[in-house]
Design a protein around this ligand. Structure first.
Ligand SMILES: [Zn+2]
Length: 300
């Protein structure tokens, strides 16, 4: 289940009141899009040198004459805006944070982890490398800031937050409710931690759309929403939260989000949607400089 964000903004449990506090939007066809977003430096505070201290330092500097200038430092290697084949998965909850009770013997923290473990090979089959914020049930739960920090550090094509719900229907895809800035910040410009997602909201909406289309193509019911599920607002890459709710078919009994077959169908569709998003939105491979992987074994 997705939680209300600390600021209490635009956030509601999707399965309990799918219309309240959320904005639904329609799927539209995929389009070729401009590959023009860059990861941003994210800061929480900046230190400034007081003017008086700066003046003292200025006057105290020794005069240097005729000395050869020091050799220029080597130019830094250009940083890629993103790794077009890298996906971050964030199975929500864990440790003492069990999340919702999904079935008689499954807590949400177990369902999200199992779902991530099905999603990983489906993504690998599409040529992606996967980084997960957790691969087991940790003794202490990760904070949402820690999860966002992991994702922002590796600059993935997309980050997918995974939740599950005991009620509702189908697959809920949630995009941050932040409003994008009117002008695109210049590359390298610091952005506020609680608005880190704002500049990439258009990309995140395209991501939600692409994944929604492939889920629909797999005959899975989809609900697209806008809501600031933590830590969506803190992510610098395209990002959505995917909440797995029960699958209600023609029979009376709904299929639980803990069902392995249901999870596999959704995982396959999400992987196909991410592959489509990469095709339509990521910069071409030759536009990204080759560099060391963010983690061992991760290729750009
Ligand atoms: Zn949850």
């Amino acid at each position: 289940m997705v939680k209300r964000n600390p600021a209490g903004m635009h956030m509601e449990s999707a399965e309990n009141s799918p219309g309240a506090g959320t904005t639904r939007f329609r799927l539209s066809g995929a389009k070729a899009l401009s590959p023009s977003y860059n990861s941003k430096n994210v800061i929480q505070q900046r230190n400034h040198l007081p003017a008086t201290v700066a003046a003292v330092l200025l006057t105290a500097l020794p005069l240097v004459s005729q000395a050869p200038p020091p050799p220029a430092p080597p130019a830094p290697r250009p940083q890629p805006a993103l790794y077009r084949n890298l996906i971050v998965l964030d199975p929500a909850h864990g440790g003492r944070d069990k999340g919702s009770q999904i079935s008689a013997n499954s807590a949400e923290k177990e369902v999200t982890l199992a779902f991530a473990q099905r999603l990983r090979p489906a993504l690998v089959a599409q040529g992606f490398t996967v980084v997960s914020t957790r691969d087991s049930d940790p003794a202490d739960e990760l904070t949402t800031d820690q999860r966002a920090g992991t994702a922002n550090h590796v600059r993935p094509l997309a980050c997918i937050l995974l939740h599950a719900a005991p009620a509702g229907s189908g697959v809920h895809i949630v995009t941050s409710s932040l409003v994008p800035p009117e002008t695109t910040p210049p590359p390298g410009r610091a952005v506020m931690w609680n608005r880190a997602q704002a500049p990439v909201i258009p990309m995140s909406l395209r991501l939600a759309n692409e994944v929604g289309l492939t889920l629909e193509a797999a005959n899975l019911p989809v609900l697209l929403m806008r809501s600031s599920v933590p830590p969506l607002d803190n992510l610098t890459c395209p990002a959505v939260a995917v909440e797995l709710a029960p699958l209600k078919g023609s029979s009376k009994n709904a299929t639980s989000a803990a069902d392995a077959g249901y999870q596999q169908r959704v995982a396959n569709a999400i992987a196909a949607g991410l592959a489509s998003f990469r095709t339509h939105n990521a910069p071409p491979p030759n536009a990204i400089p080759s560099m060391a992987s963010p983690r061992a074994g991760v290729a750009p």
